[in-house]
Structure formats: structure tokens, C-alpha cells
Design a protein around this ligand. Structure first.
Ligand SMILES: [Zn+2]
Length: 58
């Protein structure tokens, strides 16, 4: 997998996930993600994002 911005190498890591919803500003730390070793861009997998969004709706 390579970064869409800089074509750098992506590594499985964790990154903070930010979300703004209905006036709430939510930050999760340590969410599993692919992180670019070159520019630091993080990509979250759909499954992880789904889990987070479900948690918010509860
Ligand atoms: Zn990159």
C-alpha cells in the first residue's frame, strides 16, 4: 500500500481519529490505521471507522 499524497510507504500503526458531530468534538487515540512513513498521513480502515461511528450513535 502506498500513500496517495506522496507515494510513501504505509505502515500499520495507530493514529488519533477526529470527528465533529452535532456540535461534539470527539477524539479517539490509538485507532488502528495505516500511517505514511513519509508524510504522516493516516488512513483508517472502514471497519474501524464503522466501529467508532456505531459507538457514537449508541
Ligand atoms: Zn505520504
Amino acid at each position: 500500500m502506498e500513500c496517495i499524497y506522496c507515494k510513501g510507504i504505509m505502515e500499520k500503526s495507530t493514529a488519533p481519529f477526529y470527528l465533529d458531530r452535532k456540535g461534539y468534538h470527539i477524539v479517539w487515540n490509538q485507532i488502528p490505521a495505516w500511517v505514511c512513513t513519509q508524510c504522516g498521513e493516516a488512513y483508517f480502515e472502514t471497519q474501524e471507522v464503522d466501529t467508532i461511528q456505531r459507538a457514537i450513535l449508541l
